[in-house]
Design a protein around this ligand. Structure first.
Ligand SMILES: *Cc1c(COP(=O)(O)O)cnc(C)c1O
Length: 225
């Protein structure tokens, strides 16, 4: 895929987001496009930045550090979301680098994040990852434990929880999971929903997504997972 395809894709996806917002009586500025830049070559990142895009998602702390830390000075309006699993030993680096943590998924991590944010005097909004499919191998809070975990994060750890995030099981209709996540957010008074990827963001927007995470749809296929 040619580099100039990146700005074209960004424009096209933004247009689709606006059209869906209109069709479903939502404000398009309430729907944010997180460009998932993991494993993509530098020239495509540069193309997205040149096109004016400033919101990016990465799933590995180390890779994000290498890619983004030096760009902060040139792009002060850059916003970085961590969308992958976070190990507690990487929490200091993650808190220093990212603006939003989307993958808050266990008590030990919540404690570590709360402590580190206090230490660095940085407040990063967090999303609680919910294991909507009840998959054994997948990260995320079980839906029935969400109210208690939310209270734990806020009261015990002092975290600012902005919303919920999910990654639906590969073989389920994603809309079921998006609708479920929306219901959970409403029940728990949470405003934001991070859901929908390249293949299904158009299904997530009618169901209330405020953040969609799109990688290959913008940058093309990744060379490795
Ligand atoms: C990689 C990744 C995405 C982007 O997936 P695409 O299919 O490339 O759009 C979104 N969310 C998470 C959590 C990811 O790890």
């Amino acid at each position: 895929m040619a580099t100039n395809q990146v700005s074209h894709n960004l424009e096209e996806i933004s247009t689709r987001i606006k059209a869906l917002a209109k069709a479903f009586a939502r404000k398009s500025q309430d729907i944010h496009l997180v460009a998932v830049s993991k494993v993509q070559p530098e020239e495509k990142i540069e193309a997205a930045l040149a096109a004016g895009h400033r919101l990016y998602g990465e799933n590995r702390v180390q890779e994000a550090q290498t890619r983004w830390a030096h760009r902060r000075a040139s792009y002060p309006d850059l916003v970085l979301h961590l969308i992958g699993p976070l190990q507690t030993n990487k929490v200091p680096e993650a808190v220093a680098l990212f603006d939003v943590i989307e993958t808050l998924d266990r008590e030990k991590l919540a404690r570590a994040l709360g402590k580190e944010m206090q230490k660095q005097s940085r407040v990063l909004p967090c999303f609680i990852q919910v294991n909507t499919g009840g998959e054994e191998q997948k990260a995320g809070i079980e839906p029935q434990n969400l109210p208690d975990f939310l209270t734990f994060c806020r009261v015990e750890c002092g975290l600012e929880v902005a919303g919920l995030m999910c990654i639906p099981p590969a073989d389920d209709p994603p809309a079921l999971h998006f609708a479920f996540l929306k219901k959970l957010a409403a029940e728990n008074g949470l405003a934001h929903l991070s859901m929908g990827m390249s293949a299904d963001f158009e299904k997530a927007i009618p169901l209330g997504a405020t953040y969609v995470r799109v990688g290959t749809g913008i940058f093309g296929e990744r060379l490795q997972a």
